[in-house]
Ligand binder design. Structure first.
Ligand code: PLP
Length: 395
């Protein structure tokens, strides 16, 4: 088939030409004397992207899953208790990892389509008079269901109770796309990956860690080597790594951070909100609903769209892929066959969302899902045409 392939999955996302170009370079010596001139400002700028003032952002040749593992392996000890909640495939997988590490996991099972149950967290933390809970886990944006949770509210609960548990946040599909402020929200660990808001290929696991969490690392923790914060801190302070870093991806990361800062993080967040809103208008006009149970859970990076009873969302995904060269996100685990997802994060503009919406209409028509042709596309057109891009974007 000729023409561009459409990529509307919620990661990997579309890669800007600037980022591609920055990576089209000869391989370089990661122990060169001038390598730190490149890496030290990069580390500093990553902190800006996470809005972390005190602490360090670790960059592993890994993915988001590696970021979870680095967090658990460095900051917890065997048998430690953690409080978590499961409301989608990624919040589930993080809990699963904690269990495999032998942690004592109190995982609250929530309806998929909802998010972190802040009131239940409050009850559990209030009842934990002996402060056995060492960490509270929050999946900021559950990519499987298109649900965003309130990280700040969890910090407020911890503070109001004077509970010392660390706050661990999975920001894989939120950081650099949704409002996020690691320092102001008192987030001890923020895990991300390169292939979503950072618009890079997969291959970097990026973990922002507060100074407090670094200072309080357990003496008798888990065995670790590849993910050991100590080795990273010792070498990173001079601009180096304990092993061969993914230099090509780091070059891309430089370009991606430059683009994000040029646009302005707040403008990036505003752009994501507006693009997402257009998508939601389309879903509404199709007469369909989101997996997110209430508007307060709506994610500005991904929409999981529920197909009507008696239809299989995989038919939509297959038609989009095979007939129209468009990748839509599949439903995972409990919502397999029930939802298809449109990722509207990273390097995205109105036309790219419109492409996904038009492709979804074509594919839904093929899959026999009833809706009025053009209804969703038209609703998005009306919305985008009647709302302003932020001033900085338009400039
Ligand atoms: N957490 C969330 C919210 C995700 O969306 C993903 C991947 O999509 C992960 C964790 C796992 O990250 P990775 O696939 O980069 O290991």
């Amino acid at each position: 088939m000729s023409g561009f392939k459409g990529l509307a999955v919620p990661g990997p996302t579309n890669m800007p030409f600037e980022v591609r170009q920055a990576m089209d370079v000869a391989l370089e010596d990661h122990r060169a004397p001038d390598f730190p001139e490149f890496t030290l400002p990069l580390f500093a700028d990553l902190k800006k992207a996470f809005k972390l003032e005190n602490g360090h952002v670790f960059v592993y040749p890994a993915s988001g899953t590696g970021g979870w593992e680095a967090t658990v392996a460095n900051l917890l000890a065997p048998g430690d208790k953690v409080l978590a909640s499961v409301f989608g495939q990624f919040s589930y997988l993080w809990v699963d990892m904690c269990q495999r590490f032998g942690l004592d996991v109190d995982a609250i099972d929530c309806e998929w389509g909802t998010g972190v149950p802040v009131e239940l967290y409050e009850q559990k933390l209030a009842a934990d008079k002996e402060h056995k809970i060492k960490a509270v886990l929050v999946t900021h944006n559950e990519t499987a269901t298109g649900v965003t949770s309130d990280v700040k509210a969890v910090r407020e609960v911890l503070d109001s109770l004077g509970h010392p548990a660390m706050l661990f946040v999975d920001g894989v599909s939120s950081i650099c796309s949704l409002p996020f402020d690691q320092e102001a929200w008192g987030v001890d660990v923020a895990v991300s990956g390169s292939q979503k808001g950072l618009m890079l290929p997969t291959g970097l696991g990026i973990v922002g860690v507060s100074q407090k969490a670094l200072d309080n690392r357990p003496k008798q923790g888990f065995p670790k080597c590849f993910f050991d914060f100590d080795d990273m801190l010792k070498t990173n302070k001079d601009g180096f790594f304990p092993y061969t870093p993914a230099t090509t991806l780091l070059r891309g990361l430089r370009a991606s951070l430059d683009m994000l800062f040029d646009e302005g993080l707040e403008n990036v967040w505003a752009r994501h909100h507006r693009l997402a809103e257009g998508c939601r208008r389309a879903v509404d006009a199709w007469g369909l609903s989101l997996c997110a149970k209430e508007p307060k859970w709506n994610s500005d990076t991904v929409s999981a769209i529920v197909v009507p009873e008696g239809h299989d969302a995989n038919d939509v995904i297959k038609a989009a892929y095979h007939k129209y060269d468009l990748s839509l996100g599949a439903g995972l685990s409990k919502v397999a066959g029930k939802v298809f997802r449109i990722g509207h994060l990273g390097y995205m503009n109105e036309l790219m969302v419109m492409q996904a919406l038009s492709g979804a209409e074509l594919a839904m028509r093929d899959a026999g899902i009833p809706f009025e042709s053009g209804a969703g596309v038209g609703a998005a057109v009306d919305y985008y045409a009647s709302t302003e891009q932020s001033a900085a974007l338009a400039a």
